[in-house]
Write a protein that binds this ligand. Sequence first.
Ligand code: SAM
Ligand code: SF4
Ligand code: F3S
Length: 455
Amino acid sequence: MSENNLITDNIKRILGNRKFKAYVRSFGCQLNVSDGEKIKGVLKKIGYGFTEDEREADIIILNTCAVRESAEDRVFGIIGSMKKLKEEKPSLIIGIAGCMTAQEHISEKIRKSYPQVDFVMGTSAINALPSLLLECLKGKKFSADISEYDDFSETVEQVRESSFKASVPIMFGCNNFCTYCIVPYVRGRERSRRPEDIIREVRQLVNDGYREIMLLGQNVNSYGNDLESDISFPQLLRELNKIDGDFIIRFMSSHPKDASKELIDTIFECEKVAKHLHLPLQSGSNSVLERMNRRYTAEQYLEIVDYIRNRDPDFSITTDLIVGFPNETDEEFEDTLDIIKRVKYDNIYSFIYSRRTGTKAADTEDFISESEKSQRMRKLLELQREISSEHYKRFIGRKMRVIVDGVSKKHEGYLTGKSNEFIIAEFKGDISLMGKFITIEVTDAMNWAVIGRMI
Ligand code: SAM
Ligand code: SF4
Ligand code: F3S
């Protein structure tokens, strides 16, 4: 029996027969959400049930994100508000997990200033959760495990949020050290999962009825660089494409410096791989890209876009952008707007630069005011709104196959779905269609979605 199984048995003995409930909330990117599903898997094995209401919980775990200061402030606000819950129920266990805790100064701040917290665990300490929990149950005041583990919790069964969409991390960590980004410091160096483990997991998910598989990594096109076998990301895609079944394969993110023609050719060649690339540009200015250590130029980026769009003008491209990188000039910002106009993105995710302690850019004195940054952000979003609504009109009158994935918050009686190109569609339909592929005819286009009717 493994050490963790012994610990789990020990905890079960302490908890007895009562049904204990856990509240697990993940913040940040899909990789973190996937970790949250593993945390739930560990808790389920111990015997916990789950609740969406923290007041009902016997254990609360916040799985945090450190990518921007606003994300951290939000979590500190929530931890603060949990003091009252702990006073009302002293047996409540509160644990903080994820990227914030992997920064030593943050773990220290939690330990010193938030006595309601019982333990902190880092991003790869999921296997350490049972022993941390046992220490709490035995009455230890505060425990921490933020060490890096190299196993990928392959044996941990995830408690998945959805019954038809599944995230599959294929690699962890990042080697790129973009000067603004905290991820390499909190997630460690790149570690790829073995291809056979990924293929087995995807095959199982498809057998279990999952219809949308999202492969995750901070830079999926570096997949395999650290493995002994010489498998590359395009090869992995080709292997996954061979799995029998009606399902769609998506992936993110791809770093433009490694987005090869082979990758693009592979996407076109594999019928199950979505015709969509999330290709974070960050900035359209070469001088800013250099200061960001992105290792590509605007021209090289556009070369990939042209290669894609020459083969298929409908191929969807989305991106991440940072506004107000330290000392970004008006001209540098205009360069970003120019690329947005040129590429005509299907969607953008834009962020105002946030200073992250420990990163290289954090040491740069910044002369651009916050109000100037906000103004630029508004300008950028306005431009993208105009582009998306114009761009989505290309689908009007066409048929679109979508996977039904939700209920519209804007239009009563409407469902939402995602097309192969990752475009949101809204249409009238019955909730029983959830998780199924259907075909719609697009009748209208908005700046965030298309409207259609089922055929
Ligand atoms: N690995 C992905 C890549 O290279 O594109 C990105 C992962 S990161 C978690 C997601 C996005 O957060 C980045 O693409 C970037 O736009 C944004 N981001 C990262 N650090 C940031 C910072 N310090 N301030 C603002 N946005 C940031
Ligand atoms: Fe951060 Fe850059 Fe790595 Fe993406 S590639 S996670 S932006 S350091
Ligand atoms: Fe945030 Fe960590 Fe993801 S910093 S964006 S949760 S890798």
